[in-house]
Design a protein around this ligand. Structure first.
Ligand code: SF4
Ligand code: SF4
Length: 402
């Protein structure tokens, strides 16, 4: 059906390599089969436990056809759409970091022998992941984690190995969620960097097609094998309209001008105490955040004492142990922990990594059990500044247009 839809445009635009092309649902299925045949483990959106989560995908049958999500602070619900869109949701609780920087990973093992302990480092993981359905904000998040794990004096070889082997099939967002603010963070919704292939899902009348273009040599090679058809002007225009419409739907905004200075100058602001009255210090926000990277190590041994292992595990600045040093924890109040998290994300991250630590995905708002919203908290501090009198609108928080 999809091919019949774009056939009418074939003669309007001459076929030129690297110009956008079009595939139907069967073409998308072919893409998954090609990637699988190339040895990639294809990971994409699936429905599980009443959420859209990233898992192995073997055909388009595994994708969340006809599902969307409704999100607000502390709320996430799956809902049926009136169409059969395959990427008609925004973002679920998972991010791609669970594959590139897994929640738990063994670093080495020690086995006792006659001479002492033999240390066996963990082999690098050579899995080739093809990530399907990656959104623009998520590509920005991965670029941020690249800075942390690869472009730093201490390269994480495990992350680097998985990252170098990974292939990214991105998707331009066809709708924004109530907690999205990628436009404020300049990270979306249009995919512009870090992808091998990018899709835009077009559902109009009888048509269900995907505009597809390559962003790398690997993507070009795969696109040739997919046997896509040249896109027509109308399809290119429709895709741009979809992305522009998404940009106008952002549920949240955040004013980022001088945000670093704003937060540095307000470390004693009364807002932190108020947030602490609600914050449960549960660490959900850091677990779902696609850029949070903190981890701890744990050593375990078997009952004989002959075998020991060291494991790396995700950690969070919201736990008491996280800031424990000789003599006790440095941040022993919820107030200090929330302030540390938000100030690091939005301010000191800039000093450390030359970028914001937030890409505006909104997950920390949706998955905070009490609905704490960093866009609102920034706005509260901004609006309390003497120089903000008279220009309070647009400082951030929930978008009145949403
Ligand atoms: S801080 Fe919140 S909105 Fe920003 S990237 Fe992390 S989870 Fe997304
Ligand atoms: S801000 Fe929300 S998600 Fe984060 S630690 Fe506090 S209660 Fe948990």
């Amino acid at each position: 059906m999809g091919h019949a839809c774009y056939r009418i445009f074939l003669k309007t635009v001459p076929y030129i390599m690297n110009k956008p092309e079009v595939i139907g649902k069967e073409g998308l299925n072919r893409l998954i089969q090609i990637l699988t045949g190339m040895g990639y483990q294809v990971i994409g959106p699936t429905v599980r436990d009443e959420a859209i989560v990233y898992d192995s995908v073997h055909s388009i049958e595994d994708l969340p056809a006809g599902w969307t999500d409704e999100q607000e602070g502390g709320t996430y619900r799956l809902k049926k759409r009136s169409d059969e869109a395959l990427f008609g949701y925004t973002l679920g609780p998972h991010s791609w970091k669970q594959f590139l920087h897994p929640p738990e990973r063994r670093l080495w093992q020690a086995q006792k022998d006659s001479l002492g302990f033999d240390i066996v480092p963990e082999k690098l993981n050579n899995i080739k992941y093809a990530f399907l359905g990656v959104r623009s904000c998520e590509l920005h998040a991965i670029a941020i984690q690249d800075k942390v794990f690869i472009q730093s004096p201490h390269t994480d070889l495990h992350y680097q190995s998985l990252r170098q082997n990974a292939l990214f099939v991105a998707v331009n967002c066809g709708q924004a969620g109530n907690t999205c603010f990628c436009v404020s963070m300049q990270t979306g919704p249009k995919v512009e960097m870090g992808y091998d292939l990018v899709l835009t899902e077009i559902l109009d009348d009888e048509c269900h097609t995907f505009l597809i273009s390559a962003g790398s040599d690997a993507g070009k090679t795969i696109l040739k094998a997919v046997e896509a058809k040249p896109a027509g002007e109308n399809e290119v225009k429709r895709a741009e309209e979809i992305i522009a419409n998404t940009a106008n739907q952002m549920g949240r905004t955040m004013a980022t001008e001088n945000i670093k200075e704003l937060l540095y100058e307000n470390v004693e602001h009364p807002a932190w105490e108020k947030i602490a009255g609600r914050c449960l210090s549960c660490a959900n926000c850091t677990m779902v955040c696609p850029t949070c990277f903190c981890s701890t190590v744990e050593d375990v041994t078997d009952i004989t004492g002959d075998h020991a292992e060291r494991w790396q595990k995700w950690d969070s600045c919201f736990t008491m142990d996280f800031s424990s040093i000789h003599g006790g924890a440095v941040r022993n109040s919820t107030q200090s922990r929330y302030r540390q998290w938000m100030t690091h994300k939005l301010a000191s991250w800039q000093d450390q990594f030359d970028t914001s630590g937030c890409v505006g995905c909104g997950r920390c708002i949706t998955w905070c059990p009490v609905g704490i919203d960093l866009t609102r908290e920034v706005a509260v501090i901004r609006e309390s500044q003497p120089d903000q009198a008279g220009k309070l609108s647009g400082s951030g928080g929930q978008n009145e247009n949403s």
